[in-house]
Design a protein around this ligand. Structure first.
Ligand code: SAM
Length: 214
């Protein structure tokens, strides 16, 4: 499914807490400095328009949420949504998730990693650009705290199977477990914008969860 145009961002809101460029991240890495408090950290890869960050940060106020979104316009839009909703515990950074893992995220530091509807990169010569592959599996295993969970959902069956296989081959995470199905009655039932579009179109969503051994 293609992507719809993004509304132009015009705002008087101060986005300085909710939207960061990659260069604005604290070095050395410090979620305490970033969020202004110590709390379990959940990372979302490819936040898009930010529905997951908005609703999860409201549902779990005791956790911090960091979204990493490679498209700067979407990352800024996501930051705007978080600022509008007034979520001090959620921030979106414009950047590449794998670079963030390689350069910043320490071992045993994430309570959860969320990957929802990652770009499928249909052409076989582009497959190596996929986010859910061997490299992410290794980073997930080392960076999750014991008991931490990796969530991987997609509407592309072939990507689902290859992603699950990569996670099983390149990490010792336990799974895949199937998360419970939610009833579709209103917007809040959808975890992300792409899930909403997929389910409203009557198409299947493939869901998996993996857990790091305690
Ligand atoms: C198909 S969209 C899904 C957005 C959202 N997760 C949802 O379900 O509505 C995939 C998103 O991942 C982002 N993305 C792709 N590669 C990325 C990477 N290496 N690091 C961070 N974000 C990435 C894209 O820019 C895009 O916004």
């Amino acid at each position: 499914m293609g992507r719809r145009a993004l509304r132009r961002i015009q705002t008087e809101l101060d986005l300085s807490h909710h939207f960061k460029t990659y260069d604005q991240l604290p070095r050395p890495w410090s979620p305490e400095l970033l969020f202004g408090r110590t709390a379990p950290l959940e990372l979302e890869i490819g936040s898009g328009k930010g529905l997951f960050l908005c609703s999860a940060s409201q549902m779990r106020p005791d956790n911090n949420f960091l979204g990493v979104e490679i498209a700067a316009r979407y990352a800024e839009y996501c930051g705007l949504m978080l600022a509008k909703e007034g979520r001090p515990n959620a921030i979106c950074v414009a950047g590449d998730a794998l670079q963030l893992f390689n350069e910043m995220i320490p071992d045993n530091s994430l309570a959860a990693i969320h990957v929802y509807f990652p770009d499928p990169w249909w052409k076989s010569r582009h497959r190596k650009r996929r986010v859910v592959r061997d490299e992410l599996a290794r980073h997930a295993e080392r960076s999750l705290v014991p008991g931490g969970v990796l969530h991987f959902w997609t509407d592309v069956e072939e990507y689902f199977h290859s992603g699950v296989e990569a996670i099983l081959q390149d990490s010792k995470l336990e799974g895949p477990f199937e998360p419970p199905e939610l009833p579709a009655t209103h917007d809040l039932d959808y975890r992300t914008h792409f899930e909403r579009r997929t389910r409203l179109a009557g198409l299947p969503v493939y869901r998996s969860e993996f857990r790091k051994r305690t």
